[in-house]
Ligand binder design. Structure first.
Ligand SMILES: O=P(O)(O)O[C@@H]1C[C@H](O)[C@@H](CO)O1
Ligand code: GUN
Length: 300
């Protein structure tokens, strides 16, 4: 039997069917992963829909499919490969999630965010999150990149929050503050870097909101989001950020505006996932360049 299979056998065999995970579960999962790779990452990066090509730039790559990690949800969405990619990006030790889990796939919010606590347990204190999002701000264009300055947890309004349930203080406090979730220094670093690279015209800063999905928004929902000051809307990221802040990580986030949302009742256009992936493809080089520059400059 391979070392890996032996490890899997030693683990609690019910771990795959769990909806929420104890501190000890996460410890086991993290040590299972670290036993398989040489890399000891200091930075975690979650790649959004169609944005996983960043992994192509990682050197000294070590790859683990989510299907080989006990408890990890597998990716079911096109544009999310479902792999952990370890290695060096801009000379820094990183782990990239090439694809993420979403609540709309049927995973519990705790399972959706299991990878974040696992990263923390692996010694990662800084998390970069990216996503594809619809542009709510009427001044935004398809292909813009938005540095996230804040979020609205609309899913949370309906009780979808990974921090609901028994709180284990070893992860973090019962009532974590969320008013400074997106690190100010990292936001400034990203915006300055974008300017230096000549990306200033299409890199903005704004507020992201999450609804569970999987449907795109109605016209009235988009108008509502616009009225309450949201700039971009998506179906992810917020649960990951809640968990990351809860366990004391430093967070930076970027949205790629992949489509304009429909704000007119008689419009013929409709939002669709193909457009999301196409915009991801079109902007992937710029996004990769921006990300590698930010990673180059960030102090870990
Ligand atoms: O994983 P992200 O948030 O980048 O993906 C967005 C939300 C849906 O999964 C998908 C819709 O096209 O893109
Ligand atoms: N909710 C939502 N998620 C998206 N992901 C990419 N585009 C969109 C969008 O328009 N709405």
């Amino acid at each position: 039997m391979s070392k890996d299979k032996a490890l899997l056998r030693r683990m609690d065999s019910s771990i795959d069917t769990k909806l929420s995970f104890t501190y000890e579960d996460v410890e086991q999962i993290a040590s299972h992963i670290l036993d398989r790779v040489k890399c000891r990452p200091k930075l975690g990066i979650i790649c959004g829909s169609g944005l996983g090509k960043l992994a192509d730039l990682v050197q000294e790559r070590e790859v683990i499919p989510y299907t080989e990690i006990p408890g990890f949800p597998s990716s079911t969405v096109p544009g999310h490969e479902g792999k952990l990619v370890f290695g060096k990006l801009s000379g820094k030790s990183v782990v990239l999630m090439q694809g993420r889990a979403h609540c709309y796939e049927g995973y519990s919010p705790q399972k959706t965010t299991l990878a974040v606590r696992t990263m923390k347990m692996m010694g990662i204190n800084t998390l970069f999150v990216t996503n594809a999002a619809g542009g709510i701000n009427r001044n935004y264009n398809v292909g813009d990149i938005m540095v996230i300055k804040d979020h609205v947890n609309l899913a949370g309004f309906a009780g979808v929050n990974p921090l609901v349930g028994v709180n284990d203080e070893r992860f973090g406090p019962r009532f974590p503050a969320m008013s400074r979730a997106y690190d100010l220094d990292l936001r400034k670093l990203a915006l300055n870097t974008a300017k230096e690279m000549g990306f200033g015209e299409f890199v903005r800063e704004g507020v992201y909101s999450m609804m569970v999905g999987p449907n795109f928004e109605t016209v009235t929902e988009c108008r509502f989001l616009n009225q309450i000051g949201i700039d971009a809307t998506g179906m992810s990221t917020v649960p990951e950020v809640l968990v990351a802040i809860h366990c004391g990580m430093r967070v930076f986030g970027m949205s790629l505006i992949t489509n304009k949302v429909i704000m007119e009742y008689d419009a013929e256009d409709v939002a669709n996932h193909e457009e999301v992936l196409q915009t991801g493809d079109r902007r992937s080089t710029d996004l990769q360049q921006l990300m590698t520059q930010i990673v180059d400059k960030v102090e870990l």
